[in-house]
Design a binder for this molecule. Structure first.
Ligand SMILES: [Zn+2]
Length: 262
C-alpha cells in the first residue's frame, strides 16, 4: 500500500467532527457502565477520564491499564479508536481500565497539534503550565499506579505504524506482538531511523533519561510517576483514516489480551 501523499509539511488528511465523536464516546461509555469524571472545562469542552472496574465487581483486577488519546488535535485516529473500543465493549473482564479519550478537543476543531493558544500539551508534563495539563496531572495523581499505559498517536510523516516502548525494568514486552497484529491491517514503518531515533521492525526503545529532557511528553510523566511499562503507538496519518483506526484498535486489543504478565 502506498502513502496518499496528502501530508505536505503537516497533516492534511481527513478531519473529524469532535463534538459528534465525543457524544458517541459519552453514549457508549454510559451504556456500558463506565464512570465518567470531568476534570477540566475549556469553556466549550470538558476534559474527562473514564473508569471501568473488573466484571463482575467486586474482584481484584489482574492488571490496571490506562489508555489516552487526542492530545494532538491533528491526530484523529486516536479518539476514533477509543470510540470503536468503547462501542465494541470487548474488554478483557479481568482488567481495571482508565481512559482519557480526548485531551485536546479544541485542537481537533482547528486541525492543530496544539491547543488554541498554540501550546503543544504533550511537551508540558515536567513543569506544567497549561491548565489542561495541570488538571490532567491532578486527575492522574488521584488514580492508582498502572501496570500498563498506552498512548494513541499519529505521525504525519511516517511510512507505516510504529511504536515507542518504555520498559525500564525489562518486563515481558508487548511490542513485537502489537507489531505482528497491526501488520495484518496496516503497513509497518521498518525504517532504521524514525523521528531521528534508531528503530527496528517498527519498534523504538529509546534510552531516555527523563531528568535529561525538559520537554516532557505525557509518556515521561507516566513512566516517572505512574507506571513501569508504557507504549506510545503511532499510526501513519498519510494513509486512509479507517486503516489507522484499525491499526490502533488492533494494537490496544493485542496488549490487553496478553495481560496480566506474571
Ligand atoms: Zn501525537
Amino acid at each position: 500500500m502506498q502513502r496518499l501523499g496528502k501530508n505536505v509539511g503537516s497533516y492534511l488528511g481527513e478531519t473529524i467532527d469532535v463534538h459528534a465523536v465525543l457524544r458517541d464516546i459519552d453514549t457508549a461509555a454510559a451504556f456500558h457502565g463506565w464512570t465518567k469524571e470531568p476534570f477540566y472545562d475549556t469553556g466549550e469542552f470538558r476534559l474527562f477520564g473514564l473508569h471501568r472496574t473488573p466484571d463482575p465487581t467486586p474482584q481484584a483486577p489482574d492488571a490496571k491499564v490506562y489508555v489516552s488519546a487526542g492530545i494532538h488535535g491533528d491526530e484523529p485516529a486516536g479518539p476514533l479508536a477509543i470510540r470503536r473500543l468503547l462501542e465494541q465493549n470487548d474488554w478483557p473482564a479481568n482488567l481495571e481500565l482508565w481512559l482519557c479519550p480526548c485531551m485536546n478537543p479544541v485542537g481537533f476543531q482547528l486541525n492543530s497539534r496544539t491547543n488554541a493558544r498554540g501550546v503543544d500539551l504533550n511537551r508540558g508534563y515536567l513543569n506544567p503550565v497549561a491548565e489542561e495539563v495541570l488538571a490532567h496531572i491532578a486527575w492522574l495523581e488521584r488514580q492508582p499506579p498502572f501496570d500498563l499505559c498506552l498512548m494513541l498517536h499519529e505521525d504525519w510523516e511516517s511510512h507505516g505504524f510504529y511504536l515507542y516502548e518504555q520498559n525500564p525494568d525489562g518486563k515481558p514486552s508487548f511490542a513485537e506482538a502489537m507489531i505482528e497484529a497491526v501488520e495484518k491491517v496496516c503497513p509497518i514503518d521498518r525504517s532504521e531511523l524514525i523521528d531521528g531515533r534508531p528503530a527496528k521492525g517498527g519498534i523504538l526503545r529509546p534510552n531516555i533519561k527523563p531528568q535529561d529532557r525538559p520537554d516532557w511528553p505525557e509518556a515521561l510523566y507516566l513512566i516517572s510517576h505512574k507506571t513501569r511499562q508504557s507504549y506510545t503507538l503511532e499510526a501513519p496519518s498519510d494513509f486512509p483514516l479507517p486503516l489507522r483506526v484499525n491499526a490502533l484498535v488492533s494494537a490496544v486489543n493485542t496488549a490487553l489480551k496478553r495481560l496480566p504478565v506474571r
